[in-house]
Design a protein around this ligand. Structure first.
Ligand SMILES: *Cc1c(COP(=O)(O)O)cnc(C)c1O
Length: 390
């Protein structure tokens, strides 16, 4: 790398993404072929949509999934040409652009279906609400939606390629909603069949269901969080060997001693009960670091975990260095894979009362982002070693 090391950055290991996608694909294919969709919405959960999408394809993703048409078009502009589904449209969205780019779109309502058909011939998937009470056609509308879709299909305006739904509580395998939703989904598939539809793929499972609920696999699973190496159902997921792909690191600005009784950061919400030392880390809520991490989360400095003291500020945060005075420039890892003992995105999620999804997706702001490929690095190292020994 040339130039000075960045103040604070996100490093994403694409080898980890490839590995996780392979693990998930193998896992769901145990009892027969199930297609895998890697969900890369919201800039690949903060990991970089385009780079993650390419790594996912390399790892064996049959499909990519995004929320918006804009995201789908960005993937096409970056050169992705494979099966690609989007599912969240707002009034005025440009279905014609999606259709022209070979993106499969999702319809929740007859009105949307009519708009899509007008831009057709289009490949359309139909989303049914089986109990999340968010997007998708409610049960009372299934027959109307399916009948309208079948009519458009007979007229050659659309091809109904999929019927799908989404779980509300798949990260809680014992939650009664799971059985109810799966049964409702089977009802929807029967209704689609009665309307004369014959979709290529039916799908219901996200990461947690892909891992914990084989009965919900149908033709395809849509995996987001697990592709990034994070645990889709903390405390419940069996060991799969997933590798967290994101590391957030910074360089220590300064360290200094403080006295017993000294307050730290705005509002002095932490006051030293003994003489100690503190370090200043140049990342704050302007980088998407949750302000709620004040006095709860910790970071890795040099070779140990150090608790955040006082409030997280806009541009910086302060950690307790327990009397040590590491030089400025010392590496600080806010979170990473956890291999060295550093906190993980899951640790941060627990510290601030959220889920790892939010932690990785919200970081950004002034952080720079860099993609590495540890498979390549290892390969290069081997190669170099070979050359020097020759
Ligand atoms: C985000 C999303 C997913 C991925 O969920 P994970 O829990 O991250 O695997 C799957 N399906 C839909 C409809 C989504 O919006």
């Amino acid at each position: 790398m040339t130039g000075p090391a960045p103040r604070a950055e996100i490093v994403v290991d694409l080898a980890a993404v490839r590995h996780n996608v392979r693990v998930l694909k193998d896992l769901v294919s145990v009892d027969g072929p199930v297609q895998l969709m890697t969900v890369v919405k919201a800039d690949g959960y903060g990991h970089g949509m385009v780079e993650v999408a390419a790594a996912a394809r390399d790892g064996g993703a049959d499909w990519l999934g995004v929320a918006t048409i804009e995201e789908a078009l960005a993937l096409r502009a970056a050169g992705d040409a494979g099966p690609l589904l989007c599912w969240l449209s707002a009034p005025g969205d440009d279905f014609a652009a999606a259709v022209a780019a070979g993106v499969e779109v999702t319809a929740y309502t007859v009105a949307e279906l009519d708009e899509i058909a007008a831009a057709g011939p289009a490949r359309v998937q139909l989303k049914v609400d089986t109990g999340l009470s968010r997007g998708g056609a409610p049960r009372a509308e299934w027959d109307r939606l399916f009948t309208a879709a079948a009519a458009h299909e007979s007229a050659g305006r659309i091809s109904v390629t999929g019927v799908w739904s989404h779980f509300a509580a798949s990260d809680e395998p014992e939650h009664p909603a799971n059985d109810r939703q799966e049964a409702a989904f089977r009802d929807a598939l029967a209704a689609a069949d009665r309307a004369g539809l014959d979709p290529e793929v039916t799908h219901l499972a996200n990461s947690a269901a892909a891992v914990l609920r084989p009965s919900s696999h149908f033709d395809l699973v849509r995996c987001g969080i697990a592709s990034y190496g994070l645990d889709p159902a903390p405390g419940v997921t069996p060991r799969l060997g997933l590798r967290p792909a994101m590391t957030v690191r910074a360089r220590l600005l300064m360290s200094k001693p403080i006295d017993a009784g000294d307050g730290v950061s705005y509002g002095h919400t932490w006051v030293a009960d003994r003489a100690t030392s503190v370090g200043v880390v140049p990342a704050g809520y302007g980088e998407g670091i949750p302000r709620a991490a004040g006095n709860t989360a910790s970071v890795w400095v040099g070779d140990s975990r150090r608790p955040i003291r006082g409030r997280v500020c806009m541009d910086q945060l302060v950690v307790d260095l327990h009397g040590e005075l590491p030089p400025s420039g010392t590496e600080v890892v806010l979170f990473g894979p956890g291999d060295r003992g550093e906190p993980t995105a899951q640790d941060w999620a627990e510290a601030v009362g959220t889920i790892s999804y939010e932690i990785v997706t919200r970081v950004g702001g002034r952080l720079t982002r860099r993609h590495v490929d540890t498979d390549l690095t290892e390969h290069q190292t081997e190669h170099q070693t070979e050359e020097t020994t020759r």
